[in-house]
Design a binder for this molecule. Structure first.
Ligand code: C5P
Length: 214
């Protein structure tokens, strides 16, 4: 199958040198891309700025902003059977980006607007393609993850705890569109990535490869 994977943070610039972002390392998305390539799939990884070497056998499209990630994802999704949305997308963007570096004087009030929701966008246009979303929650994990599954029209949501940030190991819990929760799965990020790819293979097999029939 052909997979689109998003990974890493996005950045939203306030001026030419300062930006809003988050602490995502991109490790999970890169582990998923590497695992999918090892399992013989064709992979396009749309990555925000990270310090990880591109996995072997994976096509990487590097982007910076959420808008760029959205445009690349929409372009690639038509050629894919499934999208795995592991990016930690920056939720807000400045209403105005200053043309020059803002001087440090007085108070600076920021007016922020929400960024486009890439996962929800792909969910809305997916047809028979599969969309795997992620949720990283620090409270009410299950409730919030199920709301996201519905709102973004995902086939599954992978719920992460905040303990997964930046660590080698982690735990995930998978929610299916049927409302069924799988058992918590613990392991290294490589093992968890393998689990997410296997699950995506199963879901794509159920609907049949879109590319094989289109
Ligand atoms: O940030 P949030 O918890 O809503 O993320 C849930 C899912 O939606 C994740 O898979 C994330 O990659 C995706 N997302 C996205 N575009 C956004 C926000 C989140 O694709 N602007």
């Amino acid at each position: 199958m052909r997979l689109l994977i998003t990974a890493g943070p996005t950045r939203e610039y306030l001026d030419p040198v300062r930006y809003l972002s988050n602490a995502s390392t991109g490790r999970m998305g890169y582990a998923i891309a590497a695992s999918a390539a090892r399992r013989g799939h064709s992979v396009v990884l749309i990555s925000g700025p990270v310090e990880i070497a591109p996995p072997q056998g994976v096509t990487v499209r590097s982007v910076v902003s959420t808008r760029q990630m959205l445009e690349a994802a929409v372009e690639e999704f038509v050629h894919c059977d499934a999208a795995i949305m592991a990016a930690a997308v920056c939720d807000f963007t400045p209403a105005h980006t200053a043309q020059h570096k803002q001087a440090r004087k007085g108070q600076l009030d920021l007016h922020l607007l929400p960024t486009p929701d890439i996962c929800a966008h792909l969910g809305a246009i997916k047809g028979s393609r599969i969309v795997v979303g992620f949720a990283l929650e620090d409270r009410d994990g299950k409730t919030r993850a199920s709301a996201k599954l519905r709102e973004k029209k995902c086939d599954v949501i992978v719920l992460n705890g905040t303990g997964n940030i930046g660590s080698e190991n982690g735990e995930i819990q998978i929610l299916h569109a049927s409302g069924e929760w799988e058992e918590i799965c613990r392991g290294s990020k490589v093992e968890l990535a393998e689990k997410v790819v296997q699950l995506t293979e199963t879901l794509v097999a159920k609907v049949g490869s879109v590319r094989a029939i289109s």
